[in-house]
Design a protein around this ligand. Structure first.
Ligand SMILES: C[S@@+](CC[C@H](N)C(=O)[O-])C[C@H]1O[C@@H](n2cnc3c(N)ncnc32)[C@H](O)[C@@H]1O
Length: 423
């Protein structure tokens, strides 16, 4: 773009329509919204409106050319360290020209200009003046390690996996994938994704960081379930018995959240019947290879455990399973539930299953796209699925356990299914 060219505001075009609508759209940003539910509803409405006004050719262009090229441009910029360096001195995230940014990351100026122009044209960045770019909220997030890990995950898992999915489904004569030993990943690489990750430490680290980011952007379990009354008030000062066992807990971010809440309640003098945590009350279980990257909280006991084997911690107040069962088809999920069920104490223990519950009634579900996206991801990687309420109830009943309540919150895509053992 030559320096004399003026940048056209995207909506100042000569259209024969109510321009107040365009003006309103131009004014929208997150600051005008009152709360999260309103924001989610507006995103939903605007996406739906876009799909109604795009031509088929524009939709095809988006899917076939634009999205893959945006992925590649973003990944190239992340790999070159652009967003991380942009946030550091001397720029501190301030708008910068393509030539300044090219010198910052040692990328050919012509190349970087082309990438930046594409990212600005697709709203990933803002072009403030010809050749001068400002970080969008999203581009800013890519300077942080949690979000930067999403792009390697895209290239290591989502893109190869979804590329092979149609051929895999065709090779299975379009049967619904439900065999954990014959997944799309076996078709692609000859092993399960988890086994594959064990032999690829850097991909394992990407996966775990991505899971942490994923969890940070979901409604936390401590906000979905009354943990203060149902868990923390059960802790005794003398007790070293297990309060919460996070089975398949990954890096331990959910226990860490609980611990922070617990310590916050104590600091806030809201302590009438709450005692301080003691070592051994919070137990993080996962495979040894995963625990290596776990958070370093001394109050959280790390325990290598295979959840298909006998549960070594008996009679804990809470066994917690967060996005574990959706990784497994019903047969394997039933074994995991069965092992926990055997360890539960009737009348005291409860199992909290933190998962998506897919709606099948007629109520509009604004988070459905997140649930169906996750369902496709599960199908692609693991031959598993996101379950409906009926699927969940049947699976849990087959394991000899009983659903007490399903806890939901606002527009959150996840629920907590509270389960007990009756006999
Ligand atoms: C989708 S991640 C969920 C992690 C964590 N609960 C969260 O929500 O972020 C599934 C976890 O199951 C663990 N896992 C897989 N197979 C396992 C097994 N046989 N025994 C114990 N953990 C296993 C993985 O290492 C991973 O941490």
């Amino acid at each position: 773009m030559s320096p004399s060219t003026t940048i056209m505001a995207p909506y100042k075009i000569n259209v024969d329509m109510d321009t107040s609508l365009l003006q309103q759209l131009n004014r929208i940003d997150s600051a005008i919204l009152n709360n999260e539910d309103e924001r989610v509803a507006l995103v939903h409405a605007m996406r739906a409106a876009l799909s109604r006004i795009e031509t088929p050719w524009e939709s095809a262009l988006q899917i076939v050319f634009t999205q893959p090229s945006v992925f590649a441009a973003l990944k190239t910029c992340v790999d070159a360290g652009l967003f991380v360096q942009w946030l550091q001195q001397p720029l501190h995230g301030e708008p910068a020209s393509a030539s300044t940014l090219a010198r910052l990351v040692d990328v050919d100026e012509m190349l970087l200009s082309r990438l930046l122009r594409h990212l600005a044209a697709t709203n990933m960045l803002h072009e403030e003046a010809p050749g001068v770019y400002r970080l969008s909220r999203f581009a800013h997030s890519l300077g942080l390690p949690e979000y930067a890990s999403m792009l390697p995950f895209l290239f290591e898992t989502s893109l190869p996996g979804f590329s092979s999915l149609p051929a895999y489904l065709q090779s299975n004569k379009y049967a619904n994938p439900a065999d954990a030993k014959a997944t799309n990943w076996h078709y692609l690489r000859g092993v399960s994704r988890f086994a594959d990750l064990q032999s690829r430490p850097s991909e394992m680290a990407t996966f775990q960081l991505m899971m942490t980011t994923y969890a940070a952007n979901k409604t936390s379990w401590v906000d979905l379930y009354p943990v203060e009354n149902e868990i923390l008030r059960c802790a005794e000062s003398t007790s070293s018995s297990a309060l919460v066992v996070d089975v398949g807990g990954g890096r331990g971010h959910d226990l860490q959240r609980l611990l922070h809440l617990w310590q916050g309640l104590l600091d806030g003098n809201n302590t009438a019947r709450i005692v301080a945590p003691t070592p051994g009350q919070l137990i993080l279980q996962d495979r040894q290879a995963t625990l290596v990257n776990a958070v370093g909280e001394s109050l959280i006991r790390k325990m290598a455990h295979d959840f298909f084997q006998q549960q070594p911690v008996r009679g804990a107040r809470v066994y917690y399973l967060h996005t574990v069962l959706h990784d497994w088809p019903d047969r394997e999920a039933g074994v995991i539930l069965g092992q926990i069920g055997l360890a539960m104490q009737v009348g005291y223990s409860r199992l909290l299953i933190h998962e998506t519950v897919v709606r099948t009634d007629e109520v509009q579900d604004l988070s459905e796209w997140k649930k169906t996206t996750s369902d496709m991801q599960m199908m692609m990687v693991l031959s598993s699925a996101e379950r409906t309420e009926q699927n969940w109830r049947e699976l849990i009943a087959r394991a000899g356990l009983t659903v007490v309540k399903i806890w939901n919150s606002g527009a959150s895509a996840e629920s907590i299914i509270e389960v007990v053992k009756d006999k």
